[in-house]
Design a protein around this ligand. Structure first.
Ligand SMILES: Cc1cc2nc3c(=O)[nH]c(=O)nc-3n(C[C@H](O)[C@H](O)[C@H](O)COP(=O)(O)O)c2cc1C
Length: 325
């Protein structure tokens, strides 16, 4: 399939794997890229810029296809050394960066000077327009359904994507709630040039996370995610578990007096314990409503090939058949 995004990124299929903390290691990024999509290493999962440089080199050993690095700007206890991470990305010869969180205006000139294509992931039309204005090449429009940080506007993709299409000139991909060919074809119909998936890619053979994480996604329905940290305006969609219920109790009890310190136990340092050790109740970890559409653990190639084959059938048989009648 050829879209503005496949052309811009030099990839075969318009499918991107979004950066995911403690999931986006070289193994997954390389598997997605080798399958013709765009794989993404999560920059800040690497503890230092030196570690990121090694991860980029490992990924390059596993694929000769384009892959991206995600750079997330979120409120954190100790701010990471962003200039050093940017240098590791540039020196590592990475050609595509996915930014998220705050807009990337501070690092953008360095990335653009190095000839890097920047896709900014954001959750609103106004942030998408800002990304366009400061010179990002594309946007990943993340709807309310998404796993991770949906922002505070709560606009689902059925509205957000056509709104983005009406306003944006740069190409965008649909993100949040995407799982299969139906997601892809619907996104294309609403004006997107492809789709970005997070949760779906965790339940793949190559995702280097504990088997219990994959099984938890398979077991979950679309009713099993919760929004946490809304009182801190740092809303995150996570899979419900004992720690999340405890966290929500605290939010209810403390109301607008809630501070980050109150919920440290449920949110700090959780990812390695969940993703690597399989300690499923360690705390709150991101997961999308799309878990309700995930029932298997294919390889990335099986997943992507299946989506593209089904998309072809959907377009040529179901849709074409309807208009031909
Ligand atoms: C476990 C997990 C961790 C994530 N970590 C990050 C992250 O560190 N940075 C980021 O920009 N997005 C992160 N995301 C968001 C994804 O990149 C993607 O935008 C989102 O998952 C899309 O929604 P979906 O899960 O419905 O596909 C994460 C998502 C998940 C499920």
């Amino acid at each position: 399939m050829k879209t503005r995004i496949t052309e811009m990124l030099g990839i075969e299929h318009p499918i991107i794997q979004g950066g995911m903390h403690y999931v986006g290691f070289a193994e997954l990024a390389a598997a997605v890229s080798n399958a013709g999509g765009l794989g993404t290493i999560t920059g800040l999962t690497q503890k230092t810029a030196g570690d990121l440089a090694n991860e980029i080199a490992r990924c390059r050993d596993m694929t000769d296809k384009p892959f991206a690095v995600n750079l997330t700007f979120l409120p954190s206890v100790a701010a990471p050394d962003y200039p050093a991470y940017v240098k590791a990305i540039i020196d590592g010869g990475v050609k595509i960066v996915e930014t998220a969180g705050r807009n990337p205006v501070q690092v953008l000139p360095y990335l653009k000077d190095a000839g890097i294509t920047v896709i900014h992931k954001c959750t609103s039309v106004r942030h998408s327009l800002k990304a366009q204005e400061i010179g990002c090449d594309a946007v990943s429009v993340d709807g309310f359904e998404c796993g991770g940080h949906p922002g505070e506007d709560d606009i689902p993709n059925m509205i957000l994507l056509p709104r983005a299409a009406d306003e944006l000139e740069i190409p965008f991909v649909a993100s949040g709630g995407m799982a299969d060919a139906r997601s892809l074809v619907a996104s294309l119909a609403m004006g997107a040039e492809g789709m970005n998936m997070g949760t779906r890619f965790i339940a793949t053979r190559e995702a280097p996370v504990h088997e219990k994480v994959k099984q938890a996604i398979l077991a979950a329905s679309e009713l099993d995610t919760r929004l946490v940290m809304r009182p801190l305006r740092n809303t995150e969609r996570v899979l419900n578990n004992a720690a999340v219920e405890r966290l929500l109790e605290k939010e209810k009890a403390l109301g607008d007096k809630l501070e980050f310190d109150d919920i440290m136990e449920e949110v700090a340092g959780v990812y390695p314990r969940v993703m690597l050790d399989g300690d499923m109740d360690a705390g709150a970890w991101s997961c999308g409503m799309v878990a309700g559409l995930i029932h298997d653990i294919p390889t990335c190639k099986e997943l992507i090939d299946g989506i593209m084959a089904d998309a072809d059938t959907l377009i040529r048989k179901r849709l074409e058949g309807m208009v031909a009648a």
